[in-house]
Design a protein around this ligand. Sequence first.
Ligand SMILES: [Zn+2]
Length: 101
Amino acid sequence: MMRELLLGFIKIHILYHAGQQPVYGLWLMEELARHGYTISPGTLYPTLHSLERAGYLTSEKRVVGGRQRRYYAITPAGETALAEARDRLAELVAEVLEERP
Ligand SMILES: [Zn+2]
């Protein structure tokens, strides 16, 4: 259950970062670890693929330093979803954190 809850947060992180600059799997794993999320490639890559299938991310292969990497960037539909997630997040934070007794 916890994993399921955190996966939503992780998806928002991914969309946010892919909106800043194109990102690749290993970079995301390190960035998410910095935020305290341990995510295995076996969870991250299917998540990236599902966001791509949903039309929120687009990807392309690039060769960097002799290594082939797949970079993910946000799409206009992803931007729209992120904007909505941000509004809901603000509303959620307001209720869950600020209305704490
Ligand atoms: Zn981050």
